[in-house]
Design a binder for this molecule. Structure first.
Ligand code: ADP
Length: 464
């Protein structure tokens, strides 16, 4: 401000001095004093003209100019322009920061595994992420600013949206839902801001399927246990109320023991399954010689065949073949249980005098293949995809009569998966079935001839 006053006074003084000197030299009629006063006035006027033009330049610059350009640097107007420029820079910086924060938020929403839709107070779509686009079939070009009710037309959603009661979420079919491949969404609206809504969607297909499987599983287990229990209590009541002769009594006790065994096998298979599901996958450093395992499987197969065919003089034709020195890395007990299930099934479902071939062979590419083929009744193709489901049976009566639990192939599938192996089922109705487990080369090795015959696991080591 002092500089401004000084420049104003300097202009006046300069003007006055110049006019005084000019009057003294030119001998005009006015006195030097009058000329000096006029000069002071002229100097002041000039100062105002210059100042006004600088202010006008500043105003022009503010209206249209490039704000990064320094229009003037000195004086009051220079300081004003400097401060304005600084304020603008600060604002620009703040805008950039809030833009980048907004982009970060949107990127986080975009990365969310859930669908996110932002709706304005009228229910029009302001923004949505890719997951929401997939859930509701939205298109970023076409559907922005459209009303959500026009795009998501499921009646459940429409009435939920218009109810204004958003305390709970609702379930609805997803865009890709078909009878063959159901897709279920859980959708929740959350009010925020000034009447706006945040729409969150989650794919709950797997969760609902798991729930349904869990319910089915409980129902199946209850059913499987209830049947033998009902038989057992029936016999107990009969024995309590009717005096029985020795042979009759023994027959009843035999049947009761059979039902007890059935429940025991069921519980044991259930425990095996839950152990398989709850434990970490087996490592690949414990090597199991397959020859000992095959010997044990063969012995068990002969006993089972003899037991099932006790009333006839016919037996199955069993043929076991194992590559010499072949070893598999994994959990011995699990592998024995899975392979025992396959051999047991072949014997149980193949009528006596049928043939059963069991092989454990090395493939040319280093993998190993355990296969069980039988000449039994075979399985119709429509059953094949469901065979490894728990409690799924094709032949209910044969399964129960021969002590089956409906869990055998589920155990085989689990054990195979845990060893990185593939279970394949080939079957032709009327001609027989082949069950194959193929182990990856990383879990297969063959011992040199000299080392064959060394430590082989005993029966106790094999059971799960
Ligand atoms: P289960 O204890 O009933 O044998 P599994 O899970 O082992 O249960 O087998 C499921 C169903 O697959 C069986 O009930 C049976 O109907 C069918 N199945 C399994 N193995 C054979 C086979 N070798 N031949 C024919 N059917 C088989």
């Amino acid at each position: 401000m002092a500089w401004r006053l000084a420049s104003f006074l300097a202009c006046q003084l300069g003007g006055g001095l110049l006019a005084w000197l000019a009057a003294a030299q030119t001998h005009v009629k006015t006195t030097e004093l009058e000329a000096a006063l006029l000069g002071v006035l002229g100097g002041g006027l000039l100062w105002f003209v210059i100042d006004f033009s600088r202010a006008a330049r500043l105003l022009r610059w503010l209206r249209t100019g490039d704000l990064s350009d320094a229009t003037m640097r000195t004086g009051l107007w220079g300081e004003v322009s400097d401060r304005v420029r600084r304020q603008i820079r600060i604002r620009e910086q703040a805008t950039l920061e809030s833009h980048s924060r907004l982009n970060d938020f949107l990127a986080a929403f975009q990365a969310s595994p859930n669908g996110v839709v932002l709706l304005d107070a009228q229910g029009a779509i302001e923004w949505f992420n890719q997951m929401a686009a997939a859930h509701f079939g939205l298109d970023a070009q076409r559907d922005l600013l459209q009303h959500i009710g026009n795009l998501v037309r499921d009646p459940g959603f429409v009435s939920y949206f218009s109810s204004h009661d958003y305390l709970n979420e609702i379930a609805m079919p997803g865009r890709e839902n078909t009878p063959a491949r159901p897709v279920r969404l859980s959708v929740h609206l959350h009010p925020y801001g000034q009447g706006r809504l945040l729409l969150l969607s989650r794919d709950v297909t797997a969760l609902e399927q798991a729930d349904a499987m869990h319910r089915d599983f409980i129902a199946n287990v209850s059913h499987e246990i209830r049947t033998p229990l009902a038989v057992l209590t029936g016999f107990v009541e009969t024995m309590q109320s009717i005096p029985l002769g020795e042979p009759e009594r023994n027959r009843y006790l035999g049947l009761m023991a059979q039902q007890g065994n059935r429940m025991q096998t069921l519980v044991s298979d259930l425990l095996t399954l839950s152990r398989l599901e709850g434990s970490p996958p087996p490592g690949d450093s414990d090597w199991m010689p397959t020859a000992g395992l095959m010997r044990q499987l063969e012995q068990d197969a002969q006993s089972l065949s003899a037991l099932l065919n006790a009333s006839s003089d016919k037996l199955h034709e069993l043929c076991f073949d194992c590559a010499p020195g072949l070893e598999i890395a994994g959990a011995t007990g699990e592998l024995f249980s899975a392979m025992g299930n396959l051999v047991g099934n072949a014997i149980r479902y193949t009528p006596a005098v049928g043939q059963i071939r069991v092989g454990f062979l090395l493939l040319p590419d280093g993998r190993a293949e355990f296969s069980v083929s039988d000449s039994g009744p075979g399985i119709a193709p429509e059953h094949l995809p469901r065979l490894t489901e728990r409690f799924y049976r094709v032949d209910h009566s044969r399964s129960r009569d021969t002590g089956g639990t409906g869990l055998g192939l589920a155990i085989v599938k689990h054990v195979s998966q845990r060893h990185g192996a593939l279970l394949r089922i080939d079957s032709t109705p009327g001609r027989g079935s082949v069950f194959t487990i193929t182990f990856p080369a990383s879990r297969v090795r063959t011992l040199p001839q000299t080392a064959i015959g060394a430590a082989q696991p005993g029966v106790a080591d094999l059971r799960l």
